[in-house]
Design a protein around this ligand. Structure first.
Ligand SMILES: Cc1cc2nc3c(=O)[nH]c(=O)nc-3n(C[C@H](O)[C@H](O)[C@H](O)COP(=O)(O)O)c2cc1C
Length: 361
């Protein structure tokens, strides 16, 4: 099977592979820039941009953390990130991942458009008003992430009624993916919610609305997996975990951690965002188990479902602080997400090697 280029809105991606947005500071300028340079789609994470370059773009820092959402999702840092990614990939399409559950979602979407994003990808909630914030940027392609055909139906109906537009593509993410899941803890293990089951349903729903490309995500590892997804109706794939084992990954600690973890180290945990999340049993998770986790004190006000730390106190950790510590390489207090395939990373490869391996016929 020959891989076909992917058209997302006005943008052509040479190889039908998205590198999934990974925060905090995992897919930033170096990773996303290099993935786009190699002909796939690099996607920068907009989460916690305030942490970029030792917080030098942040106006107020409290307890060594960006203060409030305005600094945690720093516009200036996002502009710098895109500028620096462009130094690597030139004018190749570049995406930005912005979670719907964040505080100031609309402002961050506008920031990303102004900073020069070509494609915006949004998960963690149903982004029913996403086009509201991109009206001045009709060339920016919009891609929601869903975990069911029903979710896609709701989004298409709302967007068509309110904004006379449809998604330029949709990512369907199954429960083997890294980070937050769009399912309850129990449903993550049920056969009917696995990617192979939900993908054909989402493909059929997408066809009801016209020609919306469907991108499959969650547990995709090699060329065989890519071809399997395409045979089930996908136009492309999104991969995250595979790039945790790349030398360009912007969170340096992953290079040391990934080659040493086992299947048993990968767990589904509770998160203040309100969904289960897949992570490595280490850092802050270990400290919670030992009963000496850092005290939760909300500084960054990152996601609305957390209600300034109310949910964080319930689960025992602050997601902004813990992912921020992970990005900074603090292995004692950091939170390290991974997909179910994380244990398969045996060695660190360059993005060039990974993409070459995935696309060669
Ligand atoms: C470390 C890590 C962090 C992630 N962070 C985000 C995120 O901030 N936003 C998001 O939409 N998805 C996030 N994801 C999901 C990825 O973008 C991607 O869809 C998913 O990992 C695909 O599954 P795979 O890891 O099995 O390839 C994250 C995944 C990982 C592994």
């Amino acid at each position: 099977m020959k891989l076909q280029p992917l058209k997302i809105g006005k943008h052509i991606i040479k190889y039908p592979i998205f590198q999934g947005g990974m925060g905090i500071g995992i897919s930033w300028d170096n990773l996303a820039g290099n993935v786009s340079k190699e002909g796939a789609l690099g996607i920068l994470s907009a989460v916690g941009t305030g942490y970029y370059k030792k917080m030098q773009f942040v106006e107020k820092i409290v307890n060594l953390k960006p203060f409030e959402a305005i600094n945690f999702y720093s516009k200036q840092a996002l502009i710098e990130l895109i500028k620096n990614a462009r130094k690597i990939c030139g004018n190749a399409p570049l995406g930005v991942n912005i979670l719907y559950a964040i505080n100031e979602y609309g402002r961050v979407v506008k920031d990303a458009c102004e900073a020069g994003a070509n494609i915006i990808v949004t998960g963690a909630g149903l982004p029913t008003n996403m086009p509201e914030f991109t009206k001045k940027f009709p060339e920016v392609a919009l891609v929601p992430i869903v975990s069911s055909a029903k979710a896609l139906r709701i989004i298409c109906k709302r967007w068509k009624d309110r904004y006379c537009r449809l998604p330029d593509a949709v990512v369907v993410e199954g429960p083997l993916s890294g980070g937050h899941q769009g399912f309850s803890y129990e449903d993550c293990f049920k056969p009917e919610f696995q990617l192979e089951s939900i993908l054909p349903q989402v493909v059929s729903e997408a066809q009801n609305w016209g020609d919306i490309p469907v991108i499959a995500a969650g547990g995709i590892w090699d060329r065989n997996d890519i071809e399997h997804m395409i045979s089930l109706g996908a136009s492309g794939v999104q991969m995250g975990t595979r790039f945790l084992g790349s030398s360009e990954c912007d969170a340096l600690a992953y290079r040391e951690i990934m080659p040493h973890i086992t299947k048993e180290d990968i767990v589904l945990i509770k998160s203040p965002v309100g969904y289960p999340a897949r992570a490595i049993k280490m850092g802050v998770l270990q400290r919670i188990e030992e009963g000496n986790a850092p005290k939760v004190r909300c500084v960054s006000n990152c996601v609305s479902p957390c209600q300034r730390g109310v949910e964080a106190k319930k689960v025992g950790y602050c997601i902004a602080d813990s992912l921020g510590a992970g990005h900074l390489g603090d292995k004692e207090n950091g939170l390290y997400f991974t997909g179910a395939n994380g244990y398969r990373i045996e060695k660190i490869q360059s993005v060039h090697e990974i993409i070459t391996e995935l696309v060669k016929d």
